[in-house]
Design a protein around this ligand. Structure first.
Ligand SMILES: CC(C)(COP(=O)(O)OP(=O)(O)OC[C@H]1O[C@@H](n2cnc3c(N)ncnc32)[C@H](O)[C@@H]1OP(=O)(O)O)[C@@H](O)C(=O)NCCC(=O)NCCS
Length: 181
């Protein structure tokens, strides 16, 4: 039986967590991860800070992380793109991934989001309500294995009629200085 790590603390990700998250994500997803289609949507786009969380153990070591990115479907429907999610290898299969998933989804809804998309194993993500059927009318800007491209309605009916290419969100324009004269 696995040894319990004791109480874990869940925090919003802090700037200082970046390096440990990178290390854990690299170990979980390998060096080819940047080639993945979802990374194209993350390039030059900051994650949603209020939807990025870490778990720390009692020695303040990072043991789990989840991040979420903003996307825009067909230039009109905003959505959250979930991932990456990673749990430290020695703590896998103990329900922490599940806890982080439910937390992230609840926070997404509380912060006003109504739909979530991801690319991941349906065998894992179906238990949270993610469905292949809800993503059938969506496209990603690159190849993904169809069966792993999933969507979730945080609000019933929020995927009805939603279709098209998933793109980057419109980032707020930098305030322009007025020209003198
Ligand atoms: C996948 C991952 C995030 C799951 O987190 P975890 O804490 O190990 O999973 P949990 O203990 O919360 O598992 C919850 C349930 O999902 C099941 N499960 C776990 N990993 C699974 C997988 N890869 N496929 C299918 N089911 C899985 C568990 O058996 C458990 O079932 P139960 O509730 O009936 O007992 C974690 O194993 C991990 O970091 N893996 C490497 C990175 C990765 O693959 N990330 C995302 C997947 S695309």
């Amino acid at each position: 039986m696995q040894k319990s790590p004791g109480l874990l603390r869940l925090l919003k990700e802090r700037p200082r967590d970046g390096a440990a998250i990178e290390e854990m994500t690299a170990a979980a997803f390998g060096p080819d991860r940047f080639q993945k289609t979802v990374y194209r949507l993350r390039e030059d786009v900051p994650p949603i800070g209020d939807l990025c969380f870490v778990c720390l153990d009692q020695k303040d070591r990072l043991v789990a992380s989840i991040r979420n990115w903003p996307v825009l479907i067909n230039e009109k429907w905003p959505a959250v793109m979930l991932g990456p999610l990673a749990i430290s290898p020695e703590l896998r299969g103990m329900g922490y991934g599940k806890a982080l998933m439910w937390h992230s989804m609840a926070q997404s809804r509380l912060q006003g989001h109504s739909r979530v998309v991801l690319v991941g194993d349906p065998e894992y993500y179906n238990q949270f309500g993610f469905r292949r059927e809800l993503a059938l009318l969506l496209q990603l800007p690159g190849w993904v294995e169809d069966r792993r491209f999933l969507a979730l309605e945080l609000v019933a009916g929020s995927m009805i009629g939603v279709h098209g290419m998933i793109g980057k969100p419109l980032l707020p324009k930098k305030s322009r200085r007025r020209k003198k004269g």
